[in-house]
Design a protein around this ligand. Structure first.
Ligand SMILES: Nc1nc2c(ncn2[C@@H]2O[C@H](COP(=O)(O)OP(=O)(O)OP(=O)(O)O)[C@@H](O)[C@H]2O)c(=O)[nH]1
Ligand SMILES: [Mg+2]
Length: 253
């Protein structure tokens, strides 16, 4: 069983990719199960095999505890973890080649709280990987690229699982933006030049420092451009996942 957690900032395309990549895998005659870990989502682009909304009622938790939307989510995820045994049984009952897990839009809930780490480490049996989604519509500037990679690395530190970086919505981003981002991924020098030209003062210093400190990790982690609308990049995504999940963590170059 190959397990994939789809993680990323709000609106980066987690739900759409979960649905589209699952369909693509099914077309390759793989048995795929999907898990929705977002208690607050109203509608999904796929039919989840396991859905935490069957275990917790986000609206009720928010109303009865007098919480706002984010504190309501924190309390809901805590409640989900209380149902861990049940959830594990639900997932274990599925005989699938792949389990794709869609995580909540509030990234910090899953990535930086104890409950997220418990879910990441205990929910699924077998090899696990994270797809960290980077939205190509917003990472075309040096400051957002540096911040996105910094966040991706922080999530990897927190969850301690092999991670692939996925550049999403590539059908919608201008081709020159995609070329620029891929060039930054390939070469720290390319990033330095563009950061120097586009940023100034403290921003250029901070962006350079961040990239210098994580470049080794970032350049050794595949950055895979995909579109969940056209399914471009799914072949590459599938091979990278098969490698990570079949042979353990990718070697740092
Ligand atoms: N053009 C294009 N739009 C996309 C793609 N993937 C997602 N979107 C759009 O981006 C928006 C957000 O997509 P979601 O899949 O809901 O993103 P999410 O990360 O699950 O969002 P939250 O769970 O709310 O954080 C929607 O309008 C999607 O249709 C893509 O590959 N191409
Ligand atoms: Mg979503």
């Amino acid at each position: 069983m190959k397990n994939v957690f789809v993680v990323g900032t709000a609106g980066s395309g987690k739900t759409t990719l979960t649905g589209a990549f699952s369909e693509w895998l099914r077309d390759q005659e793989q048995i795929v199960a999907t898990v929705n870990l977002d208690p607050a989502v109203l509608s999904l682009t796929y039919e989840p095999d396991v859905d935490v909304r069957e275990l917790v009622d986000y609206e009720r938790i928010m109303a009865t505890k007098g919480l706002g939307p984010n504190a309501g989510l924190v309390a809901s995820i805590r409640e989900v973890v209380r149902h861990m045994e049940e959830l594990r049984d639900m997932v274990a009952d599925i005989r699938a080649d792949w389990i794709i897990v869609d995580t909540p839009g509030q990234l910090e809930l899953f990535a930086f709280r104890k409950e997220g780490r418990v879910l990441a480490s205990q929910l699924l049996e077998g090899p696990k990987s994270i797809l960290f989604l980077i939205d190509s519509m917003i990472c075309g500037s040096p400051r957002n690229y540096a911040s996105s990679l910094f966040l991706a690395t922080s999530v990897q530190i927190s969850l301690g699982l092999p991670t692939l970086h996925i550049l999403t919505k590539c059908d919608a981003a201008p081709k020159r933006t995609l070329r620029r981002v891929m060039a930054w991924h390939e070469s720290e020098d390319a990033f330095e030049v563009d950061a120097g030209a586009r940023l100034s003062g403290l921003q250029v210093v901070l962006a350079r420092e961040v990239i210098q400190s994580i470049q080794h990790i970032a350049s050794s982690t595949p950055l895979i451009p995909v579109s969940a609308k056209t399914m471009d990049g799914f072949v590459e995504l599938h091979s990278a996942l098969s490698m990570v999940l079949g042979e353990g963590e990718l070697e740092l170059r």
